[in-house]
Design a binder for this molecule. Structure first.
Ligand SMILES: NC(=O)c1ccc[n+]([C@@H]2O[C@H](COP(=O)([O-])OP(=O)(O)OC[C@H]3O[C@@H](n4cnc5c(N)ncnc54)[C@H](O)[C@@H]3O)[C@@H](O)[C@H]2O)c1
Length: 376
């Protein structure tokens, strides 16, 4: 099988580009072959050399070389700070290159709705949004169990993402990731909300298939910080049920403590990413634990197809991100006319990206009005 060829924008010397690089390589069916890996053209060359890929001074040059037939690419992964995603995604889609784009999808809601209009026109050019946690098999299973009616009608969702790494003004100490995340010019209208609140939101809504009608929010920040680092939202879901979402980056001791509790009329489902290989179902009399890769009858084959190793050996964050790449890969292979490609499981895309930006806009506006209920 021919490996899919991937180009990357951003990632050189940064955090998440290297994580994508590993997730892309995970199944030996895809490989990073080129990149515009840094904003400084000289460093682009350096990092491309270290990665052993073709280096380009900027993404325009990489796309131009692909268009000229000098470079093979099947899709592009965008791993730059938030304010750059939209222009880079637009350039890829316009050129006909499928995209794996980092979240939050854009810097503004307008960019997101414009990108959606473009993606609609380019409907044969797949677009995936890297809400990593939705790639976990146990998240897929939770979604399937809810679709099968296992917990009945959803009455309430608690979804959370607690971190502590911004409990001090780390950005003043030159920390690269903290610097741009707390800078409104690079991050967007919300810091913590954009960075991890959108994960908590999409984890809940993608799993349940529910929408969000309105929110009441309280956002705060440490003194000396321009964007929120504590992001608390009440929401009304499309079925009238209540959403309680908390995302924080000042919870000392918490690393990547995210997950959800979904309460229905027949039972509850709980998942926590720091024990990502387990999914819990509670019906009042019993608490049942589903284990990754030891599937029960309710598990569709499409979910099983995302497993790699026998249960009890660990599959986690890299595999979850790899699974999102796998879904994009399967779609691309089908479009290219390859036979016997397993079906792609649903993954976040343009719609979730727009939803994330609408959510952030409504939450920021609500918080400015002391928590006034605000339509999403
Ligand atoms: N899905 C997830 O779980 C997850 C986790 C972490 C980060 N992220 C997202 O990934 C993105 C990057 O975050 P990070 O933590 O890796 O930040 P980072 O600062 O570590 O990396 C950003 C990279 O972009 C590069 N860059 C900046 N401007 C560029 C330009 N004009 N052209 C090319 N490259 C440029 C930087 O050199 C750096 O390599 C953000 O959107 C963030 O929200 C997602």
């Amino acid at each position: 099988m021919r490996k899919l060829k991937v180009g990357m924008i951003g990632g050189g010397g940064g955090f998440f580009g290297k994580v994508h690089h590993r997730a892309i390589s995970l199944d030996a069916t895809r490989e990073v072959v080129a990149g515009a890996l840094h904003q400084d053209p000289a460093l682009c060359e350096k990092f491309a050399g270290e990665w052993g890929v073709a280096g380009y001074p900027d993404y325009q040059a990489m796309i131009a070389d692909w268009k000229a037939g000098n470079l093979e690419l099947d899709y592009v992964t965008i791993v730059t700070p938030n304010f750059l995603h939209a222009e880079q995604a637009v350039a890829c889609l316009e050129a006909g290159l499928p995209v794996m784009c980092e979240k939050p999808m854009c810097y503004t809601l307008k960019e997101a709705t414009d990108l959606k209009a473009l993606a609609k026109r380019k409907k044969n050019v797949p677009f995936a949004l890297s809400h990593t946690y939705t790639g976990h098999q146990m998240m897929m299973l939770a979604r399937e169990l809810i679709k099968q009616g296992k917990i009945g009608d959803i009455r309430k969702i608690e979804t959370y993402y607690n971190q502590g790494w911004l409990a001090t003004l780390l950005e003043k100490e030159g920390n690269q990731q903290a610097s741009w995340r707390t800078n409104p010019k690079m991050s967007g209208i919300s810091g913590c909300g954009g960075d991890i609140g959108t994960h908590a939101l999409i984890n809940a809504l993608w799993t349940t298939g529910l929408g969000l009608k309105k929110v009441s929010a309280k956002l705060t920040a440490l003194k000396g910080r321009a964007l929120d680092d504590d992001f608390n939202v009440f929401g009304e879901l499309s079925n009238g049920a209540t959403l309680v979402l908390t995302a924080t980056q000042i919870a000392i001791g918490h690393k990547n403590d995210n997950g959800f509790r979904i309460y229905g009329s027949k039972g509850s489902i709980e998942w926590a990413q720091e024990q990502a290989e387990e999914l819990h179902f509670l019906d009042g009399a019993t608490r049942v634990t589903y284990y990754q890769n030891s599937f029960v009858a309710e598990t569709p084959d499409i979910v099983k197809s995302y497993g790699r190793i026998p249960s009890g050996h660990h599959e986690d964050f890299l595999e979850a991100l790899g699974n999102l790449h796998t879904s994009l890969e399967r779609k691309i292979r089908v479009i290219k006319g390859e036979k016997d490609v397993p079906p792609a499981y649903d993954h976040p895309g343009i719609d979730e990206g727009v939803l994330g930006m609408k959510f952030l806009t409504a939450a920021v506006n609500s918080s400015k009005k002391k928590g006034a209920w605000t339509a999403v």
